[in-house]
Every structure is written in structure tokens, then in C-alpha cells.
Design a protein around this ligand. Sequence first.
Ligand SMILES: [Zn+2]
Length: 231
Amino acid sequence: MREQVISLVTHRTNQKGFSMIYKILRHNDSHMQEYYEKAMEELKTFFGLNWSVKPPKVFIVNNREDIDDLYGKKTEGWLVAWAERRMVFLLGKENFEKESTHKYGEEGYLRLIKHELSHLFYQSVAGTDKPRWLNEGISVYLSGQLEESPKVTTFSKFLDNFDTSGSYTECGTAVKFLVETHGKEKLVELLKELHAGKVEPETFSGAFTKVFGFTPEYSEFMNLWKPEKVS
Ligand SMILES: [Zn+2]
């Protein structure tokens, strides 16, 4: 089995600009490798996409300076992982708390890998990364990150003000409700509609309504709510 988790070492040649030359090291973390393989199998099943040729690789980045170099601009302290093309970049666990505003937890750390891999599947199946709420919602839902967050009690942000705090939990919950009430097949059907070019992102609402039978609005998502029974 080829290793899919790789460490990066930057050789900064110019303190003013971004380094363009990197040295790759194999990252021997069998726990991460196993998690990656399990996550990939689950994502393949969910998205109905057998991604076996040139599967995505995970690159572990050492520190904030290297994140900025690889990302291509100065990043905020909350940014610890991102995905592009067939690559996931993730801040290494050793420097996780020192180089970010997040607390380190083993489970939460691994979930970041699945979250980012899910974005790559989304892009592949939908041919776009939009709309953001659906893309992030699927990543949050599939990675299990909802388990780390307080339960949402209402929907009020994720469709309009995505950058406000709490949006990730809201859209993850909205996706959870969609899957639980309508099945994941409908969700994948919607992504394929996007990829087929039948709908522009602006007319996403029309495509959504065609597949789910209701418009993507807060009140409609509230209607999917099934309060958990308290015993
Ligand atoms: Zn994301």
C-alpha cells in the first residue's frame, strides 16, 4: 500500500517572498494512514465515486510560515487545513496549538482530513465548489464534526451570512436533516445536476427545489426538524 500521508519541508530561499521549492518526506503515521483509508472508503460510498486512480494525498505542513507559503497568502490562525486539486494540506499535530487558534484533540484532528477529502469529492462530482453552504455542510456532516459542536436550535445564518460563527454547524445540521429525511441519493443527484451544467450556480435554488420538492429556505429546513426524544 502506498503511503498517502506526506510531510513537507520548506526551504525558504527568500525571506521576503514565498518559497517555491519544497522537499517531500514520507510521513510514517500508520494511525493516520488507516484513518485516511477508512475515510476514503466511506466517501467513495457516499458520493458514488470510485476514486481509485491517482487518489488524493495528504500533506502535513509544519508551521504557519509554511502554510502561508503553500496557500499563497498570509492566513488567519484558524486556518489549519485546506484542499485543492488532489491534495489536502494539514497543519502537523506537533505544532497544532502553537501555530493555530485551535485546541488539539486526536479525533477532531483526524476529522479535518475527512472534511477536506469530502471537498475534493464534492468538486469532482459537482464540478464546482458552490454553493458554499452545501459543500461545507456535507464536509461537516460526513466528517462527524457535528459531534464536536453544540446542537443548533434554529437556522438563521448559513444561507446568507456564511462567515458568521455557527454557520458550519448550521449547514452541517441542514445536510444531516436532508440525508435523514430524503436519503443521500437525492443529495448526490443534485450534485450531478450541477455537474451536468443543467443549472448555473445562480439557479441552484431551482435545481434544489426540483430534487427535494421544496425551496432552500430556513423555514423549510426547520420543517425537517425531528426533535430528539428526551427520555
Ligand atoms: Zn471546509
